[in-house]
Design a protein around this ligand. Structure first.
Ligand SMILES: Nc1ncnc2c1ncn2[C@@H]1O[C@H](COP(=O)(O)OP(=O)(O)O)[C@@H](O)[C@H]1O
Ligand SMILES: [Mg+2]
Length: 158
């Protein structure tokens, strides 16, 4: 894969956040207000999300691959401001019969679906789609939809 000089969506959000904070920190160092992380502009978000959905649909239906680690850090922005789905490190090839049931969890826990948290067999494609929803929430707010540093609490929230 070629180099994506704008990095990932997560990096883009971090940059926006830093710019916002700088604006709130005048030269004399006085901090006027502590602001929460902000999301991306709505039209940017709409574009990135539809490109993510198209890329994932292609993986699922044309290539027979479940990604298993959909998150902003794995969505790269190329020089034309288009999304590239990256990091197939934990992805899986579907068997011929299309059965996408998986048991073991992969990727970041913030993006696990409820059925993945329960620990039973779950459908890999649906799990990827759930992770797209958490990614959209992150793009909109700069936060995870469910947040806790404790795994057991995070699973309960999800
Ligand atoms: N082709 C690329 N162009 C630009 N940055 C990249 C590229 N591939 C990876 N990166 C950067 O490196 C990070 C880690 O790469 P990734 O493939 O997600 O590996 P892993 O998460 O398994 O360490 C990405 O989040 C991204 O910031
Ligand atoms: Mg990665």
């Amino acid at each position: 894969m070629e180099y994506s000089k704008h990095g990932s969506i997560e990096k883009k959000l971090e940059k926006l956040y830093k710019q916002e904070r700088k604006k709130l920190r005048p030269a004399d160092g006085e901090v006027k207000e502590v602001k929460k992380p902000q999301g991306l502009p709505e039209d940017t978000m709409r574009k990135y999300f539809s490109q993510l959905v198209l890329a994932l649909e292609y993986c699922h239906n044309e290539l027979g691959i479940i990604h298993r680690d959909i998150k902003p850090d794995n969505l790269l922005i190329d020089e034309n401001d288009n999304v590239k789905l990256a990091d197939f490190g934990v992805s899986q090839l579907l068997p011929q019969d299309g059965n996408d049931k998986v048991k073991s969890n992969a990727g970041s826990a913030y993006f696990y679906s409820p059925e993945a948290c329960i620990g039973t067999m779950y459908k890999g494609r649906l799990n990827d789609i759930w992770a797209c929803g958490i990614t959209l929430f992150y793009m909109a707010t700069g936060n995870y939809a469910f947040q806790s540093s404790e795994h057991s609490k995070l699973y309960r929230l999800i």
